[in-house]
Ligand binder design. Structure first.
Ligand code: SF4
Length: 216
């Protein structure tokens, strides 16, 4: 069976999706094809930040936790071809599986039974324009789109993108501020004033609980 380059496996609270608040096991894969300005997991960027691990051993590590919600994250998990096989194995074993991806690679590579959290990069990330537009065709109501916003300019850009592509008709959408550059209140006020329908305000719940540290 296949191997994956694994940076870390840990249990925490699901922090950002519509399942925020539920206990979740995270499998962080090594390697990323982007370098976002506000990235908080830069320790996973390089391929050598991980250890080549058999899928059976990954599942064995996951099984040590009494938790049935799993998120495959990174880095960028879709860079590794065996990610789809890991998702399938977990689904077969009755796990609820999520994957967090930066949207630059084909999300159709993994089953649509996996909840695909697609982080579309705004200009403030320094990686604007990296989203693979073809991915819009794969979205189902099981998936989620997330925009991480460094400024109100990013929010304006993201809202325009949502309107142009009718994203809220396809799946749930979350606007999440970079807390160091866009205060929660400023974004929340702006969303209320602009009467946003169908777009959630999101926070990084795990950071509110534990602060900036690895493995949560
Ligand atoms: S895509 Fe994710 S892991 Fe990669 S640089 Fe951006 S925030 Fe960091």
């Amino acid at each position: 069976m296949s191997k994956l380059n694994v940076c870390e496996i840990f249990a925490s609270i699901q922090g950002e999706s519509t399942l925020a608040g539920y206990p979740c096991v995270f499998v962080r894969l090594a390697g990323c094809n982007l370098r976002c300005a506000w990235c908080d997991t830069s320790y996973s960027h390089d391929d050598n930040s991980g250890v080549s691990t058999h899928i059976n051993d990954i599942i064995g590590e996951i099984a040590k936790f009494p938790i049935k919600l799993i998120e495959i994250t990174g880095g960028e998990p879709l860079l590794q071809p065996s990610t789809a096989a890991l998702c399938d194995e977990l689904l077969c074993r009755g796990y609820q599986v999520m994957i967090e991806t930066n949207g630059t690679l084909d999300i159709g590579a993994v089953s649509n039974k996996v909840r695909r959290i697609v982080d579309i990069k705004c200009p403030g990330s320094g990686c604007g324009g990296s989203f693979l537009i073809h991915n819009l065709k794969h979205l189902t109501s099981n998936d989620e789109i997330k925009f991480v916003l460094a400024s109100i300019d990013d929010a304006v850009w993201a809202k325009k993108f949502c309107d142009e592509h009718r994203i809220t008709k396809k799946c749930s959408v979350t606007f999440s501020p970079v807390s160091s550059s866009l205060p929660y209140e400023k974004l929340a006020d702006w969303m209320v004033e602009n009467r946003f329908d169908g777009i959630r305000f999101g926070v990084q719940l795990h950071k509110i609980i534990w602060g900036e540290r690895r493995g949560v």
